[in-house]
Design a protein around this ligand. Structure first.
Ligand code: TXA
Ligand code: MG
Length: 304
């Protein structure tokens, strides 16, 4: 194992914060069983205490170490999708995950990320690592180590650099604690894939995540205003805004949903660095996969 990974695992054991790459976005990791470390992570993130985070583990077998009464549907999804961009919300085992990680909820979101550096870190550490995306609360998620450094600076003890994230949007979240499993967030694993594994299409219950307008800063938002437009309407809208003297950037769907997802957060960050007033984002198809994930993040970025 590399000295850098050894050192990062030691920092986690000592209650420190380690930012690490995953295939989705960079995470801000803390020992999921250490209340003091979790409190510091919430403080650095600027995240409300009642907002639960995802716990990351090295192996799918650790599901039963952290969860109680794991239903068969969760095992089917974990076997097929882990390591990967799927988070399962399950009933938590009280001793292994601190209440501070789950906002006091009796459930916990668990994921096995598919990234060599994340895997090495989680194997070296051994236990669960609670990690929200490594950005300040309400801001754009980081997809490079530099994004993390720009956001968190010296508030994080170490940033492991794995280059740009390959997926670029967060994991799909499936809650299996109810009578019927539901999708809480669309993301890296498509709804088609989940439907094929479960044997039926799951309902989306993603509205609950959206904060009521005006109550707090929206998720995933740059400083520039984000407007969602159709491909046909983009050029005309851009011209109208520019004639009002506004600086406008356009995100286009030509690249396909996978590339759109990969570059989305970097483009939103660049919009702020370039001092743009408005980002016109052409809506991708709500395809149940990365198109839906991008559309969901764009709607949140636009909702303020
Ligand atoms: O791809 C990802 O999931 C990334 C990487 C770092 O793994 N993580 C991530 O974490 O996106 P975060 O904290 O930015 O988003 C976690 C989401 C939140 O929307 C939270 O509400 C939901 O997961 N969540 C976590 N635990 C939950 C629980 N017990 N019940 C319901 N929702 C939960
Ligand atoms: Mg986040």
């Amino acid at each position: 194992m590399s000295p850098e990974i050894e050192r990062a695992a030691a920092i986690l054991r000592a209650g420190g914060l380690v930012a690490f790459p995953t295939e989705t976005v960079y995470g801000l990791g803390a020992d999921a069983a250490n209340p003091a470390a979790l409190q510091r992570m919430y403080a650095v993130k600027g995240r409300p205490r009642d907002h639960p985070v995802i716990v990351h583990v090295a192996w799918a077998e650790q599901l039963d170490e952290l969860a109680l009464d794991v239903p068969d549907v969760a095992r089917v999804l974990a076997d097929a999708c882990w390591p990967g961009a799927l988070t399962l919300v399950v009933r938590k085992r009280p001793t292994c995950v601190a209440d501070e990680a789950t906002g006091g909820l009796p459930t916990v979101g668990i994921r096995v990320p598919d990234h060599p550096i994340a895997s090495a870190l989680l194997e070296a550490f051994g236990g669960g690592v609670a990690a929200p995306s490594a950005n300040r609360f309400g801001k754009v998620s980081p997809t490079t180590a530099q994004h993390v450094r720009d956001d968190l600076g010296s508030d994080v003890d170490v940033v492991l650099d794995g280059g740009p994230c390959t997926l670029g949007v967060e994991s799909t979240i499936v809650d299996v604690t109810g009578a019927e499993p539901v999708i809480l967030r669309v993301g890296g694993v498509s709804e088609e894939r989940i439907a094929a594994l479960v044997g039926r299409r799951l309902a989306r219950r993603t509205a609950g995540e959206i904060p009521a307008p005006g109550t707090r800063a929206s998720h995933y938002a740059p400083n520039a205003r984000v407007e969602i437009v159709s491909a046909a309407g983009a050029a005309e809208r851009a011209a109208a805004l520019r004639s009002d003297g506004l600086r406008v950037g356009v995100l286009d769907t030509d690249v396909g949903p996978a590339q759109y997802a990969r570059v989305l957060y970097a483009r939103l960050r660049e919009a702020d660095l370039d001092g743009l007033d408005v980002v016109l984002a052409v809506a991708p198809d709500d395809d149940g996969g990365l198109g839906s994930a991008v559309l969901d993040r764009l709607r949140r970025a636009a909702a303020r």
